[in-house]
Ligand binder design. Sequence first.
Ligand SMILES: Cc1cc2nc3c(=O)[nH]c(=O)nc-3n(C[C@H](O)[C@H](O)[C@H](O)COP(=O)(O)OP(=O)(O)OC[C@H]3O[C@@H](n4cnc5c(N)ncnc54)[C@H](O)[C@@H]3O)c2cc1C
Length: 414
Amino acid sequence: MKKYSAFAVAREALRQHTGWERAWASPEPRAKYDVIIIGAGGHGLATAYYLGKNFGITNVAILEKGWLGGGNTGRNTTIIRSNYLQDASAAIYEKARSLYETMSQDLNYNVMFSPRGVMMLAQTQGEVRGFERTAHANALQGVPTEYIGPKRVKQLVPIINIDGPRYPVLGAIWQARAGTARHDAVAWGYARACSDMGMHVIQKCEVTGVVQSGGKVTGVETTRGHMGCDKLGVVVAGHSGHIADMAGFRLPIESVALQALVSEPIKPCMDVVVMANTVHGYMSQSDKGEMVIGGGTDGYNNYTQRGAFHHIEETVRALVETFPIISRLKMLRQWGGIVDVTGDRSPILSKTPVENMFINCGWGTGGFKAIPGSGWGFAELMAKGHSPLTEAFGLERFHEGRFIDESVAAGVAH
Ligand SMILES: Cc1cc2nc3c(=O)[nH]c(=O)nc-3n(C[C@H](O)[C@H](O)[C@H](O)COP(=O)(O)OP(=O)(O)OC[C@H]3O[C@@H](n4cnc5c(N)ncnc54)[C@H](O)[C@@H]3O)c2cc1C
C-alpha cells in the first residue's frame, strides 16, 4: 500500500484527491485459513496485526458481522491509562500504553494519540487510601503515576469545583503520559496494516457455528459459508457468551450496556481527562471542542446498545456538581455499547476447552486502552501457546480462585 505522508497529502491536494486508494481490500473468503479471528474490533484486529508482524502468520481472516470498529471500539470514550493495582494488569496495560506512543508511526496511520494526562479524583477517604496505594504499587511496577493534592488538581483543571457540596475533591491519582486516541482510527489503522500484509478483513460476515472434530476446532460456519482454520481466536466482547455456547462451553461473563454522551462543541476549557468515580462521571474535551462524557453500566444484563435513561440523569448531575460551568451545555448525542464484564473486572486471554480455540474477552468498561497490549499478548498466545503478558488471565483462574481483583481499582474507571 502507498505510504501516507505529508508529501502524499500535498500531492493529492494538487490533483483533487483522485489518487487515494482504498485503505483495505474487500476480498472473497478462502476455503481455509491458518487462523480465523472472529470480531473486527480493536482487539481482534490488533491480534491479527501482531500475528503477522511478530510471527509472520499472514494467512489470516478477521470476520466481522457488522462493520469494522462498529462494536465497542467505535463507541468508547477513548481513555488510555495504565495505573492499575495488580502487577499482571499494570504489565499488559502499560505495554499497551507504550505501544500507543508509537502507534501512528508503526501503522503509518494517524491515531491521534494525545498523552494529555488522566486524573482520577479521590472524593472519599477510602479513595484517598486506595489511590495512594495504587500510586505506590505503580512505583514498584515502573508505571509513572503520582498522588496529588487538591491544590494541584485545581491548577491542572481550573474549571473543577474542589469544594463540591456532597463530595469535596481530596486529591487524585495523576498519570501524566496517559490520555486519549481516536478510536475509529485505531481500528482503521490496524485493518489497513492487516490488509497490507495480505490478510482478509471480511465485513458483514457473521459466525453462526464453531465446527470441531475430536475436540479440536476445524473451522466456522458463517453467513458467507463454511471456512476452515487451524486456529480460531474469539474476540467479540459482549457476544463472547454466544460464541462459547456455539462451541459447547460457558464463560464467567455478563453482558451489560454502558453508555456515553457528547455535548455541543465549546472553546477549549479542559486539557486533561478527569474521572470522578464516587459521583460517577468522567469527561474530556475532544479536538472539536465537544465534552465527551462517560456514564455507567446498567444494573441488569442486556444487549441494547442504548443503556437506561436514568444513568444519563445521574451522570450529568454528578458532572454539573464537579464542573458547574457545564450546567447550560446542550447534549448532542448519546449511545451505548455492550460490554463484557467478569467477576474480578479483569480480562480473559486464554485457551479454551476446545483445542486450538482461544478467547480474548472480559475487557468490560475499559478495554480500549488495552488494545495494542492485548493484541500483542494474544497473538503470542495463539502462535506459541503461551505468553508472559497473558499468563495470569487464563480461564483456569476462576476454578482456582486466583482472581486478579481490579474491581476496587478499576471497576468503573475506564
Ligand atoms: C460507552 C463506552 C465507553 C467506554 N469507554 C472506554 C474508555 O474510555 N477507555 C477504555 O479503555 N475502554 C472504554 N470502553 C471499553 C472499550 O470500548 C472495550 O473494552 C473495547 O473497545 C473492546 O474491544 P473489542 O475489540 O474487544 O470489542 P468490539 O469493539 O465490541 O469488537 C467485537 C466485534 O465482534 C463482532 N462480533 C460479535 N459477534 C460476532 C459474530 N458472531 N460474528 C462476527 N463478528 C461478531 C462485533 O460486531 C464487534 O465489532 C468503553 C465502552 C463503552 C461501550
